[in-house]
Design a protein around this ligand. Structure first.
Ligand SMILES: C[S@@+](CC[C@H](N)C(=O)[O-])C[C@H]1O[C@@H](n2cnc3c(N)ncnc32)[C@H](O)[C@@H]1O
Length: 219
C-alpha cells in the first residue's frame, strides 16, 4: 500500500499494522543519552511516541510531520506540555535557528526523500544542530546500494520473511512498495547525507539487510 500521510485512515492503519512498543522508543532515547539539558528534534514524529520517551528526560522538543492525523494524535499527548512544539512542515522546508538542537532523531521517515533530497535536507538542517549533537536515524538501510536493489531482491525477500516471521504476509505489500517506490538507501548514501550536514557517522546497528540505525555526531 502507498501510505498517503495526508489521509487520516492511512495514518491510523499504519500505526495499527506497525505499532511499536513504548520501550523501543525509550531504548532510542537511551542510545541518544538524552539528559535534562537537551533540546530534541524528531523528524517525522508521527503520533509523538518517541517525543514522549525523549521528554521523560529532555528540556524541550520539536516534532515535525506533514500528516494532520499524526500531528493531532501527537498534540493530544502533549496538550498540557508547553515544552513540546509540533510543526506541520515538509522535511525539505524545515528550518530552525542555528545550534537550536542538541539531539536529533528520525525513524522510518527520511526514506521518503530520494538520495539527492536526503543530502539537500541534511545540508540545510545540519546547522540547526550544535557541535557535539547526536543524531539517531532508524530507517531503511540496505546492505547494498540502492542501484543494485533488483540484483538483491530474492535474498531481500527471504530476509523479510525471517525478520517479520508470521507478520510478513500482512506487511508484504507495504514493505515491498517501500523498497521499490520510496528510498531506503545503502550505507554510502546515508553517510553522504549525514556528511552533507556536517555529521560523522559513529555507529551502524544492523537489524536486517534492510533495516537498522546510524548514530551520528555533529562535528
Ligand atoms: C512511517 S511513519 C513513522 C512515524 C514515527 N517516526 C514512528 O517511528 O512511529 C512516517 C512519518 O513521516 C511523515 N512524513 C512522511 N513524509 C514526510 C515529509 N516529506 N515531511 C514531513 N513528514 C513526513 C509521515 O506523515 C509519518 O508520520
Amino acid at each position: 500500500m502507498d501510505w498517503n500521510w495526508k489521509d487520516k485512515d492511512s495514518a491510523a492503519q499504519y500505526n495499527a499494522l506497525f505499532a511499536t512498543p513504548a520501550d523501543e522508543f525509550r531504548a532510542c532515547a537511551a542510545r541518544l543519552r538524552i539528559g535534562p539539558g537537551d533540546i530534541v528534534l524528531d523528524l517525522g514524529c508521527g503520533d509523538g511516541a518517541f517525543l514522549a520517551a525523549a521528554m521523560e528526560k529532555a528540556a524541550g522538543a520539536v516534532g515535525v510531520d506533514i500528516s494532520d492525523a499524526q500531528l493531532a494524535a501527537a498534540a493530544a499527548r502533549f496538550k498540557n506540555d508547553p515544552r513540546v512544539e509540533l510543526r506541520k512542515t515538509p522535511f525539505l522546508e524545515f528550518n530552525a535557528p542555528d545550534d537550536a538542537f542538541t539531539r536529533g532523531f528520525s525513524r522510518k521517515a527520511l526514506h521518503h526523500l530520494d538520495d539527492g533530497q536526503k543530502a539537500a535536507f541534511f545540508a540545510r538542517a545540519g546547522r540547526c544542530f550544535r557541535r557535539g549533537a547526536l543524531f539517531l536515524l532508524e530507517d531503511g538501510i540496505f546492505d547494498f546500494e540502492r542501484e543494485s536493489l533488483e540484483d538483491n531482491w530474492d535474498a531481500l525477500i527471504k530476509d523479510c520473511e525471517r525478520y517479520y516471521g508470521a507478520g510478513w504476509d500482512k506487511k508484504k505489500a507495504d514493505v515491498t512498495f517501500c523498497f521499490r517506490k520510496e528510498f531506503p538507501a545503502g550505507i554510502k548514501a546515508w553517510t553522504a547525507a549525514f556528511e552533507a550536514g556536517g555529521f560523522r557517522v559513529l555507529v551502524r546497528e544492523r537489524r536486517s539487510s534492510f533495516y537498522g540505525s546510524l548514530l551520528a555526531e555533529k562535528l
